[in-house]
Design a protein around this ligand. Structure first.
Ligand SMILES: C[S@@+](CC[C@H](N)C(=O)[O-])C[C@H]1O[C@@H](n2cnc3c(N)ncnc32)[C@H](O)[C@@H]1O
Length: 440
């Protein structure tokens, strides 16, 4: 183990990591034959839309972690701490999303004056300018000349057709409200020590507004919110690079896959496109199955025509999934529930499994001994390079009083359901955990 005794040596080491990881990222972009992205780009780089981004994500995790650590050492602490709080990017982003500003600018690649932008979206001109200027500081929109704004590669994410934009929309509108009552929930007699779903900060915030629906009832009763949520889950894959599993798991050896709690098919749609030999079952609540069929008709009609996909409504607490399939895939399911409910879901799947079936669970990879460790002097969990992973863990708490589990926590609930860990795939921000029927 290297010993960094001198503070300056640590700074030098961090600079070295920044340099080498930036060069790795540049090399990944260049490998596509399309060069590196430009700060002035107004289109996506082909690698932005790729599913196999493991090498780029490895490099950018180091880069983000090391430069945050370096700037936290070199900047005055007042700056760094106030930067945590002086951060209304989420509110400005929410305005840009809901007013469809990026869609308006799409027609004006050379830029549009803020009076015309404000006119087109029905907002006040000077307030719109302040919002766009604040976002432009971060490279999201560009002020091409005073009071004239254009899209950038970052603001394209805020177009209404963009899935990650839907994820940002959902977070900046709803989750921020729940985060706002966090401290109150931590000192409230009823909420503070509870890990039940109905004691989530979301419930606390909604009660104040006289709303008592559970999270899933709220989704059921609001078509627009449900649509944004499920499209946002496709965006979640794009953000976390979860689709790397399409390239890193041996799907050629598999013939049937059950997507348990499939949503509209954020995982199973690209899987069906890439591996047409697979027979796929989507399982979810009845209203989501209707939405899923529509999404498949639009995006993967060939799978419906070939009869290689089915949509079977279930309640995974009461029903057993279709039996004897090769893979039972649970993406963003277990992290929604406390241990008892999570174990019931796995137990019902265990009842459906054949002797060679596997359960695959992709999960945000919080620090765990089977996963990569950052080089010194970085924090072992990559520090700010793991920002999204730890924010998602908090999101689970705010929404559902649940969490991202460590590998050991997964092993415990799986063992209670009669399953044993057989493999861990490290996909940078995501780990995919494989379980089989426990032999004992
Ligand atoms: C966070 S979403 C994940 C969706 C999908 N796996 C994905 O990654 O996009 C959780 C899913 O669980 C479904 N769900 C919630 N309660 C359920 C239940 N009791 N039975 C079956 N599905 C349920 C929701 O409708 C939702 O689609």
């Amino acid at each position: 183990m290297t010993e960094f005794t001198e503070p300056e040596a640590k700074l030098e080491a961090l600079l070295g990591i920044i340099n080498s990881s930036a060069r790795q990222a540049i090399a990944e972009y260049k490998k596509t034959g399309h060069g590196v992205p430009s700060a002035d780009a107004t289109t996506f780089h082909p690698l932005d839309l790729a599913t196999d981004t493991l090498a780029l994500k490895k490099a950018t995790r180091l880069l983000e972690g090391a430069y945050h650590q370096l700037s936290a050492i070199l900047a005055p602490p007042q700056h760094t701490v106030m930067n945590f709080v002086f951060n209304y990017n989420w509110a400005c982003t929410n305005v840009a999303l809901r007013a469809h500003i990026a869609d308006v600018l799409e027609q004006h690649p050379e830029g549009l004056s803020v009076d015309r932008i404000a006119d087109a979206v029905g907002l006040d001109e000077s307030k719109t300018a302040r919002i766009l200027r604040a976002l432009s500081l971060m490279g999201c929109f560009k002020e091409v000349k005073r009071d004239v704004f254009a899209n950038t590669r970052l603001s394209l994410i805020l177009k209404s057709a963009n899935n990650t934009g839907c994820y940002a929309h959902y977070h900046s509108r709803d989750v921020s409200k729940y985060a706002g009552v966090l401290y109150e929930t931590m000192i409230d007699e009823e909420f503070s020590r509870s890990h039940e779903v109905d004691k989530a900060p979301r419930v606390f915030a909604c009660r104040k507004e006289g709303m008592e629906e559970s999270f899933w009832e709220m989704m059921k009763n609001d078509d627009e919110r449900r649509d944004i949520f499920h499209r946002g889950l496709i965006g979640h894959s794009e953000m976390m690079g979860t689709s790397s599993v399409l390239h890193q798991y041996n799907w050629g050896d598999v013939s049937s896959v059950v997507d348990v709690g499939s949503g509209i098919g954020a995982f199973s749609m690209p899987l069906a496109k890439m591996f047409p030999h697979l027979r796929i079952t989507n399982h979810d609540l009845p209203e989501v199955m209707v939405q899923a069929r529509n999404a498949w008709e639009e995006n993967v009609p060939e799978a419906l025509l070939d009869g290689r996909v089915e949509f079977v409504p279930i309640n995974f607490f009461e029903d057993i999934p279709v039996a004897g399939k090769d893979v039972y895939y649970l993406r963003h399911i277990i992290h929604n529930w406390p241990d008892a409910e999570a174990t019931t879901i796995l137990h019902n799947i265990r009842k459906a499994m054949g002797p060679n079936s596997v359960v695959l669970i992709p999960s945000s990879s919080t620090h765990s001994k089977n996963l990569a460790v950052a080089p010194e002097p970085m924090l072992p969990n990559f520090g700010a390079g793991s920002h999204r992973v730890y924010q998602i863990d908090l999101t689970m708490w705010f929404l559902l009083n649940s969490k991202e589990r460590t590998l050991d926590e997964f092993k415990t609930i799986a063992a209670a359901a009669g399953l044993a860990l057989t493999q861990v795939y490290d996909l940078v921000e995501t780990m995919v955990i494989e379980f089989r029927i426990a032999q004992n």
